[in-house]
Design a protein around this ligand. Structure first.
Ligand SMILES: N[C@@H]1[C@@H](O)[C@H](O)[C@@H](COP(=O)(O)O)O[C@@H]1O
Length: 246
């Protein structure tokens, strides 16, 4: 695992964007796994800038997002579909047909999840998966007490997650209680993973994830076993580990 500690959120975002752009430049038909949340907003901003400056071309890229609330309509401005359009897809030359996000309105969830994983597999697998991390150690929406063997599935959100994500909604009551998320198995099958975290609120969980026991209670800790993970942090998120990585 490579751990990169940067000085600021902007620096973290630039490093992450450069990594994604390099992946696409080296393999124009890359399969990217994408994340939402507050953390990667700066990375998407940088990628849009790079696209505008002709430094990266998304025309051959295929994307699979980690998760989507359930139930939610894609037109809802809190959906991850809306977020991705707003932060990245509306501003770069990605083909709409190559965008994949779990359907927050799927009637047959089991089929939706099965087809999602099958689609990833049939595309050749995810070349580079971008991840954020919840303060409870979740990745995607795989909450603590996770089953490491799971593929894409419906999850019930933890109270902590609902509370954390309520900052994006008008009230906590509006936060959906469920979601469709890539499973831990789906994520671990990605060829490369880049995990981003910034801010002091993530410092404790970053220490646990990197140096704690590998446990279903800290879903992200399984990444210690993945052969190709890059963790990019800002100074605050690296607060408890700086002496261990320098
Ligand atoms: N499902 C998402 C995750 O993919 C994200 O990484 C995490 C952290 O969010 P943030 O970056 O806003 O702290 O929580 C969300 O609920």
């Amino acid at each position: 695992m490579r751990i990169i500690v940067t000085g600021t959120y902007e620096e973290m975002s630039k490093k992450a964007a450069t990594l994604v752009a390099s992946q696409v430049n080296l393999k124009p038909n890359s399969i990217l796994g994408l994340a939402t949340g507050g953390t990667p907003v700066g990375m998407y901003r940088e990628l849009v800038k790079m696209y505008q400056e002709d430094e990266v071309d998304f025309s051959g890229v295929k994307t699979f997002n980690l998760d989507e609330y359930y139930p939610i309509d894609k037109t809802n401005d809190q959906s991850y579909y809306y977020y991705m359009k707003d932060n990245l897809f509306n501003h770069v030359n990605i083909d709409e047909e190559n965008i994949n996000i779990p359907n927050g309105k799927a009637k047959d969830i089991e089929t939706e999840c099965y087809e999602y994983d099958k689609n990833i597999y049939n595309s050749g697998g995810i070349d580079l998966q971008v991840l954020g991390i919840g303060t409870n150690g979740h990745i995607g929406f795989n909450e603590p007490d996770v089953t490491f063997e799971s593929g894409t599935h419906k999850v019930t959100l933890d109270d902590e997650t609902i509370k954390a994500n309520s900052r994006f909604f008008d009230s906590i009551e509006e936060v959906p209680k469920e979601a469709i998320s890539m499973g831990m198995k789906t994520i671990m099958q990605s060829k490369k993973i880049v995990l981003l975290a910034n801010g002091e609120a993530k410092a404790k969980i970053i220490e646990k994830m990197l140096f704690g026991e590998i446990s279903p209670n800290v879903p992200a800790s399984i990444l210690q076993l993945h052969p190709h993970v890059i963790v990019i942090l800002d100074k605050e998120a690296a607060k408890y580990i700086e002496d261990k990585v320098n």
